[in-house]
Design a protein around this ligand. Structure first.
Ligand code: C2E
Ligand code: MG
Ligand code: MG
Length: 263
């Protein structure tokens, strides 16, 4: 118990140092339109290049950042870096950025986004913010107000990890979402489970009814892609299409994107 607390404190102070001293890395995972295989954008995913522990995945340090209050500084770095990188991409590509529920409660999210849009010069229509249902569970009225203001800035908003929480239809209907992302747990059982096939098909139908872009996460095989195409899922990302890439590799892929099609 004691050792765990000490380890955690250590990680927290290392993380504080990391944010200030450039140890964070941003990878980009391409997102494709399933119907024709065109790349449409990319999701920014943060990593921590720890000098001793190596590359640490976000699931390990985002919770620490959230509990220690470091999440605002971390997310500022992510939002700025993502928008500055994406401003250099072709205009047809958007960047998708994950937000923490904490940012809806504190830290002037709207001003921060507005400032970054201004500083990077990126067209707000090319920026998508991914939020999870927990944002609405905590304070639905407050979240609605923040989301409406964000929409007025011109950015898009999508619901991440759809299907893992309450997946409330009223959230999808009443909040200004532009898209939803089907959690990858449904994809992992897609081939063997008729139930999951039916669920994915139903979510695609739901998205269509509510005019939302439906994205499937975790496409790992050609079979996944085939099944998603069969149910007319709009967009997808996953290791089969491309892993998250360092910015250099991502830019190289974009340069050759004209020649590359996933279908
Ligand atoms: P997420 O937003 O749902 O991101 C998708 C995760 O699935 C990423 O993990 C991605 O690398 C992984 N993934 C993509 N394709 C596949 C696939 O085909 N198979 C499998 N098994 N996994 C796939 P990652 O990068 O480890 O990120 C984990 C979570 O950490 C993200 O889930 C997101 O909730 C959070 N996160 C990442 N970057 C940020 C950030 O900048 N800010 C915040 N607040 N959270 C972040
Ligand atoms: Mg995400
Ligand atoms: Mg997700």
């Amino acid at each position: 118990m004691n050792a765990r607390i000490i380890e955690r404190r250590r990680l927290e102070s290392d993380l504080r140092y990391a944010i200030k001293h450039g140890e964070l890395r941003l990878h980009f995972q391409p997102r494709y339109r399933i119907a024709d295989g065109q790349m449409v954008g990319a999701e920014a995913l943060v990593r921590w290049q720890h000098p001793v522990r190596g590359l640490i995945p976000p699931d390990t340090f985002i919770p620490i950042a959230e509990e220690s209050g470091l999440i605002l500084a971390l997310s500022n770095w992510v939002i700025n870096t993502a928008c500055n990188c994406a401003a250099q991409w072709p205009n047809s590509l958007f960047v998708s950025i994950n937000l923490s529920p904490i940012e809806f409660r504190q830290g002037n999210l709207i001003e921060r986004i507005q400032q970054t849009l201004h500083d990077s010069g990126i067209d707000p229509a090319r920026v998508e913010l991914e939020i999870t249902e927990s944002v609405m569970l905590e304070d639905a009225a407050g979240a609605l107000e923040v989301m409406r203001t964000l929409k007025r800035l011109g950015v898009r908003i999508s619901m991440d990890d759809f299907g893992t929480g309450y997946s409330s239809l009223s959230y999808l209907r009443e909040f200004p979402f532009d898209g939803l992302k089907i959690d990858r747990s449904f994809l992992s059982r897609l081939v063997e489970s008729e139930d999951d096939k039916a669920i994915v098909q139903a979510i695609v139908g739901l998205g269509r009814a509510l005019s939302l872009t439906v994205t499937a996460e975790g496409i790992e095989t050609a079979e996944h892609l085939r099944l998603l195409k069969a149910v007319s899922c709009d967009e997808g990302q996953g290791y089969y299409l491309s892993r998250p890439l360092e910015i250099g590799a991502f830019n190289a892929l974009v340069e050759h994107a004209g020649a590359k099609s996933i279908v």
